[in-house]
Design a protein around this ligand. Structure first.
Ligand code: 5GP
Length: 176
């Protein structure tokens, strides 16, 4: 058995670009005068974040977090540790969390709660890929790129053991 490899392409480069442009139009309309804080969740959201922000012809601030759960099982308690935290004060700001994929929703729910404790005007969420069938946390996803089946995917920021983030498309991982 070799290393699991990227297989079938689930979302091609052109489809990603077209959908990111659509999301950009919707977000730009909704946040036209808000000067939102766009928060990218490292590392997976990097390509999506970079493409999305360039489709937002509005005033905005960018910042990043890196979340880590408190060990096995603890995400169910909703706690995340911010290994990299925000550098901007989000009090009275409109925050849009931008993430690569939502599966159980526990990470995003915990992030949202952590930000809400800092007195923002609003906190909403935008994810490229939604594996809705596995949702455990009751977290609203305000902007979704694509709904995908429950398969492990890599590419366009998503990794397998640190690999394949640099693929320009989203592919299913074979051999897992
Ligand atoms: P959740 O808390 O929603 O279950 O976890 C979401 C996180 O799990 C994502 O940010 C991502 O790091 C990881 N994840 C979930 N599904 C996949 C997948 O299909 N591929 C990869 N590479 N990561 C995934």
């Amino acid at each position: 058995m070799g290393l699991p490899q990227p297989g079938r392409v689930l979302v091609a480069e052109g489809e990603l670009a077209a959908r990111v442009a659509e999301l950009g139009r919707a977000i730009a309309r909704d946040y036209a005068r808000a000067n939102p804080v766009l928060v990218g969740v490292l590392h997976g959201a990097i390509p999506f974040f970079a493409d999305l922000m360039r489709r937002l012809p509005i005033d905005l601030t960018v910042d990043f977090v890196r979340a880590s759960s408190y060990g096995a099982g603890t995400t169910t308690s909703g706690a995340v540790r911010l290994v990299v935290d925000l550098t901007v004060d989000i009090a009275d700001r409109d925050v849009l969390i931008v993430d690569d994929i939502v599966d159980t929703g526990l990470t995003l729910a915990a992030l949202k709660r952590a930000f809400e404790a800092r007195g923002p005007r609003s906190v909403r969420t935008c994810v490229l890929l939604d594996k809705g069938s596995r949702r455990l946390a009751d977290v609203a996803i305000d902007y979704v790129g694509f709904s995908i089946p429950n398969v492990f995917v890599v590419g366009y920021g998503l990794d397998y053991d640190g690999l394949y983030r640099n693929l320009p498309h989203v592919a299913a991982l074979d051999g897992v």
